[in-house]
Design a protein around this ligand. Structure first.
Ligand code: PMM
Length: 278
C-alpha cells in the first residue's frame, strides 16, 4: 500500500464530527444522527480530506461511555455519511468493537487516542479491515491526565512512545503504509509541553517513521495563550495549525474546516509565487 501521505497529500484537514453530549467545545451539538451526518458532509464539502466521527468524549476529567451507547451514537452517522459521499471516514474510538462496526459501516481509518493500549484487539481489527490507523500519545487517562503532567524531555518521550506504538501495530500485522501518529496535544500536557510538541513536528514524524497528525483545534492551551479562556479560539487554532504544518505536520484535526482551508490556500499561493533562484 502506498503510504498515507501519498494517498492523501498534505497539508490536509481532518474535520471533526463529535457525536457526544460532553466534548469540550461542541458537546451536544450533533447528537441527532441526521445533524451529525449533515455536519460531516458540510466539512467534506468545505475541504476536509477525511472526517473523524467520535462518540466518546476524551476531554479532561471525562468518564468513558459504555459500548452500546457508543455504538448507538456513531454507527448510523458513519453509515449516513458513507451513503451520501466517498469522503474517507475515520472512527475516533478506543474500543475494538466500535472500530469493527464503524469500518463495516464504511469508515476507512481507526483513530485511537490510546494507540491500541486500551483494547489491543483494535490493532487486529484495523489490520483485518485493511484500514488506516492513527496512533495518539496520551499520558495517563482522560479522568486524570491534566493532574500535574511531567516529563524529563517531552519531545523525546512522546517520539519514543509513538515509535513503540507503530512497532506494536506493525508487529500485529498492520501495514506500515497505513499508519500515522499524533502527539496528543492537551492529553496530559501543560501549555509548554504542547508548544514544544508543535514545534518539534519534524522530529516526531522522523522518530515514528510516518506522517504526523496534529489536533490542537480550540484546545484549552490556546485560551491560555490568547489570555482569555472564554474568547473564541478559531483564529488561534488556525495560526497554531499553520505553525504546526510548517514544523512537519501532515494533517490537522480541526472543528472549523473552512477557515483552515482558506489559510492553506493562501499559504500555498504564496509558496507557489516565489521566484526560483537561477
Ligand atoms: N483530540 C480529541 C479527540 N480525539 N484524536 C486525535 N488523533 N488527536 C487529537 O488531538 C484528538 C483526538 C479531543 O478533542 P475534541 O473533543 O475536539 O474531539
Amino acid at each position: 500500500m502506498q503510504p498515507l501521505d501519498a494517498r492523501i497529500p498534505g497539508p490536509a484537514l481532518m474535520g471533526i464530527v463529535n457525536v457526544t453530549p460532553d466534548s469540550f467545545s461542541d458537546g451536544g451539538l450533533h447528537l441527532d444522527p441526521a445533524v451529525a451526518v449533515a455536519h460531516g458532509l458540510r466539512l467534506a464539502a468545505e475541504g476536509a480530506a477525511i472526517v473523524d466521527v467520535g462518540g466518546e468524549s476524551t476531554r479532561p476529567g471525562s468518564e468513558g461511555v459504555d459500548l452500546d451507547e457508543e455504538l448507538r451514537r456513531v454507527v448510523d452517522v458513519v453509515r449516513g455519511i458513507r451513503a451520501a459521499s466517498d469522503v474517507p471516514i475515520s472512527i475516533d474510538t478506543s474500543k475494538a468493537a466500535v472500530a469493527e462496526a464503524a469500518l463495516a459501516a464504511g469508515a476507512t481509518m481507526v483513530n485511537d487516542v490510546t494507540a491500541g493500549r486500551a483494547d489491543p484487539r483494535i490493532l487486529d481489527v484495523a489490520r483485518d479491515a485493511e484500514a488506516d490507523l492513527c496512533l495518539m500519545h496520551m499520558l495517563g487517562e482522560p479522568r486524570t491526565m491534566q493532574d500535574d503532567p511531567r516529563y524529563d524531555d517531552v519531545v523525546a518521550e512522546v517520539g519514543a512512545f509513538l515509535r513503540e506504538r507503530v512497532e506494536a501495530a506493525v508487529a500485529r500485522g498492520v501495514d506500515p503504509g497505513r499508519i500515522c501518529v499524533d502527539p496528543g496535544i492537551g492529553f496530559g500536557k501543560t501549555v509548554d509541553h504542547n508548544l514544544a510538541l508543535i514545534a518539534a513536528g519534524d522530529e516526531l514524524a522522523r522518530a515514528a517513521g510516518c506522517p504526523l497528525v496534529v489536533g490542537l483545534s480550540r484546545k484549552r492551551f490556546l485560551g491560555a495563550l490568547i489570555g482569555d479562556p472564554e474568547r473564541d479560539r478559531t483564529t488561534a487554532s488556525v495560526v497554531a495549525g499553520v505553525a504546526a504544518l510548517g514544523r512537519g505536520a501532515w494533517m490537522l484535526r480541526v472543528h472549523d474546516v473552512a477557515p483552515h482551508r482558506d489559510a492553506l490556500r493562501v499559504l500555498q499561493a504564496v509558496a507557489g509565487s516565489g521566484t526560483m533562484p537561477a
